[in-house]
Ligand binder design. Structure first.
Ligand code: GLN
Ligand code: ZN
Length: 752
């Protein structure tokens, strides 16, 4: 028998209803009850959609007001002391204090730390666990949701984050190794499972995505017993253990398959090795056949054949991972051209695909749907829109002379020092300047057609001129144009590149109420015409000082988009690398002498398993170099990175061979500096001397101290002075204040 399972559905609402309600609630515009009503409607709608799509195992407790890990923190009563929780049922006040911080007279605390969920663009709140941590069921939410579904007529499968993932994703304070809390947490998990069983749940889904990571042997040795304990508590209820985002390593697979859980879910989209675990498996499996992280229509025939070839007994089929990472419903889409739309599938369509697979394998039904799917899949394979031979041929030409600069850094540095004649500790910024309300309003009006192109252009010119003047007055050495014409650092480029398309409805949750709408890269990428030359050139004409050109790098563009799945990511990145290369070349031809290529997302593209890092880093570094290496020795290439934790990839960062890198350090200043202590960074560096993420303006002396510290580890002749990221989220007064102090700090150090 085949059953279709939904292992998690998006929750923000098809029209982002939850986002809107949350933000209204936080502002005080609606009451708690109103928020609950919106949530309740969304849940009901989700259950109904899943049912209508033919799902046999419908999820509950995949809903969350903010984050499923935060929900688990509440369920287990792992609220850190500073939130002054009274130990009863965790209420919304405490919940949102952990999510967003609280600034009331009773409770003045920052939020929990937030970090990326595996290699997705979703962020979770990090459990903070202490040595004397205790756990007890402290939230009724999962059980209430199960009952709510039942009352609404849906027999659902509750989903909870498993104990191993919960602990290993958490951070131990005072030197605690979080896995050491396993014996303490299991009894509470057993209570949770038993409670669901008592309520009548036929299935209980336990999410353990951590199992796809490299786990040390101590953890591996605990897997089987942990799972068995949970199964024991479940009694006759069945446990679906889900793993996703990658393969299970051999050692983990052995343990999981030897456990008593009823069904194991494997990601068969990203996990190629996982496919080998399917045939002759003694365990019943849930096959993650449909890509839960991308937007492409599934090749159904291929999946049907896979199931027929590999499975004989009972099986569950599902998306590769929870559909949290997919947009809602393609039927709502209004922007993507029809020729491309027929290749796409969002969350709802993915469930329908699963039901077609089931129908076709089972009794040969759903023939029509299969035929139209085959036609769409075929159309995509051969479409002229996608395939551009010139681009395909160009990436075949990659060789050392394309990837490498003409001379080595020390040689270039001599030339550049002479022609730029910058003072010691040159000052600069990262690119963007405050995107104030007037800037955003003008853009919105222009987009709506209420402001004509000429007036909008004029407005941007004025903004740019004004920003250049301000930088001159402050005394910044290398200035920027301010990026007022840009909405977003990826979208701005994607909109001008061939091979990209944009949706009106393709939102996915990033964190809390925040969503992103990634561009879709559907075809070979190229750059039909210059993208930034107009603004860089205009800016350079306004001043005698050097204006730095400003581009987004190939890996960041790749990382923040839905990427085509019909060729390796590497090829797509190389194509983007060439598109940026063309832009770099044009900037240089037009008199731009310094060009910054931002790569803030280089690190987040790292594969989940260490064994795959090297390959990724090799091609991603090369893609950056393809985009940069076209210039003469006299042209200075800058790059910028943020989001810290550079330690493990510092040699790859050096391998980018940018003349100058500006890097985020102010929040984790010590860590980065120790990294530089261990690794002698060979080129020029601008360690961010102040944190732009906070409105706080640091003192001149604080910045001086940081520059001095950096100068002990890096030859002072290679140290630049800059903030740690772009200034677009800041206001003008604090920006001017901070930059003035920054310039003063550099000037004083020069004099010393
Ligand atoms: N140049 C971009 C800016 O200043 C860089 C943004 C980023 O690093 N995320 O806004
Ligand atoms: Zn940045």
């Amino acid at each position: 028998m085949i059953q279709v399972a939904s292992i998690g559905y998006p929750r923000i609402g098809p029209k982002r209803e939850l986002k809107k309600a949350l933000e209204q609630f936080w502002k005080g515009d609606i009451q708690e009850q109103d928020l609950h009503n919106v949530a309740k409607n969304l849940r009901k709608q989700n259950w109904q959609t899943q049912k209508d799509c033919g799902v046999d195992l419908i999820s509950c407790n995949d809903f969350s007001f903010y984050d499923q890990v935060l929900d688990a923190i509440c369920l287990l009563g792992a609220v850190p002391k500073r939130y002054k929780w009274d130990g009863n049922e965790v209420n919304l006040k405490t919940y949102f204090a952990m999510a967003r911080g609280s600034q009331t007279s009773e409770l003045d605390v920052p939020a929990l730390e937030m970090t990326k969920w595996f290699d997705t663009n979703y962020h979770y709140l990090v459990p903070e666990l202490s040595k004397d941590q205790s756990f007890k069921i402290s939230s009724n939410k999962p059980f209430a949701e199960y009952e709510e579904a039942k009352q609404a007529g849906f027999n659902t499968k509750p989903v909870i984050l498993g104990p191993l993932s919960f602990l290993l994703l958490g951070k131990g304070i005072d030197g605690l190794n979080t896995i050491d809390l396993l014996d303490k947490i299991i009894p509470v998990y057993k209570e949770v499972v038993k409670k669901f069983a008592d309520l009548g749940a036929e299935w209980i889904q336990i999410d353990e995505p951590i199992l796809v990571k490299d786990l040390d042997s101590n953890v591996v040795s605990k897997i089987k017993n942990t799972l068995n304990e949970l199964k024991q508590a479940a009694g006759s209820s069945k446990i679906l253990l889900t793993t996703y985002f990658e393969d299970l390593n051999e050692d983990v697979k052995e343990e999981v398959f030897a456990s008593d859980v009823d069904v194991i879910h494997l990601d068969l989209v990203r996990g190629t090795k996982n496919k080998g675990y399917v045939k002759n498996s003694k365990k019943q499996l849930s096959l993650g056949l449909v890509d839960g992280r991308n937007v492409w229509k599934t090749n159904l025939q291929e999946k049907i054949d896979f199931v027929k070839d590999n499975v004989s007994g009972d099986v569950i089929i599902a998306s590769s991972c929870p559909l949290l990472h997919s947009p809602y419903d393609l039927e709502l889409e209004q922007k993507v051209p029809d020729e491309i739309k027929r290749w796409l599938s969002f969350a709802k369509q993915k469930l329908q695909e699963l039901s077609v697979i089931k129908g076709c394998v089972n009794e040969g039904s759903h023939k029509e749907e299969l035929e139209s799917n085959t036609a769409d899949v075929q159309d995509r394979k051969t479409s002229k829109l996608i395939h551009d031979d010139a681009v395909k041929n160009r990436i075949k030409t990659i060789n050392q002379s394309i990837v490498n600069r003409k001379s080595s850094y020390p040689e270039r540095a001599v030339v550049q020092k002479e022609i730029f004649a910058l003072p010691k500790y040159p000052t600069t910024t990262i690119g963007s300047f405050p995107q104030t309300t007037d800037v955003r309003q003008a853009r919105a009006k222009f987009k709506r057609g209420e402001l004509d192109g000429q007036s909008y252009d004029k407005f941007l010119e004025e903004k740019t001129i004004d920003t250049i003047k301000k930088q001159e007055e402050i005394g910044i050495d290398v200035i920027v144009h301010g990026e007022f014409e840009r909405n977003d650092m990826v979208e701005y480029f994607g909109e001008q590149l061939k091979g990209f398309t944009f949706t009106s409805s393709g939102f996915v949750q990033s964190y809390g109420s925040r969503c992103v709408k990634p561009p879709i890269i559907f075809g070979n990428v190229s750059r039909p015409k210059p993208m930034t030359v107009r603004w860089s050139k205009f800016a350079q004409e306004q001043t005698k000082q050097i204006v730095k050109g400003m581009l987004t790098g190939p890996i960041t563009i790749l990382q923040w988009s839905f990427v085509r799945d019909d060729q390796p990511r590497k090829f797509t990145a190389q194509e983007i690398g060439f598109a940026i290369r063309d832009e770099v070349e044009d900037l240089e031809k037009n008199g731009i002498r310094m060009i910054q290529i931002d790569e803030p997302a280089l690190r987040e593209g790292l594969p989940l398993k260490k064994k795959d890092w090297k390959e990724y880093l090799t091609w991603s570094v090369d893609c950056f170099k393809i985009s940069a290496a076209v210039v003469k020795d006299e042209t200075q290439i800058h790059t910028h990175m943020c989001y810290a934790e550079f330690e493990d990839i510092i040699d790859s960062i050096a391998a980018l061979d940018a003349d100058v890198i500006s890097i985020e350090t102010s929040r984790s200043r010590m860590e980065l500096l120790t990294t530089f202590e261990k690794f002698k960074y060979p080129n020029e560096v601008g360690p961010g001397v102040y944190d732009i993420h906070s409105p706080r303006v640091p003192s001149k002396d604080e910045m001086k101290e940081l520059i001095q510290k950096a100068s002990k580890l890096i030859d002072p002749s290679r140290v630049w002075v800059n903030p740690d990221c772009g200034l677009k989220t800041r206001g003008w007064p604090e920006t001017i204040d901070a930059l003035t102090k920054m310039v003063d700090a550099a000037k004083e150090l020069r004099a010393e």
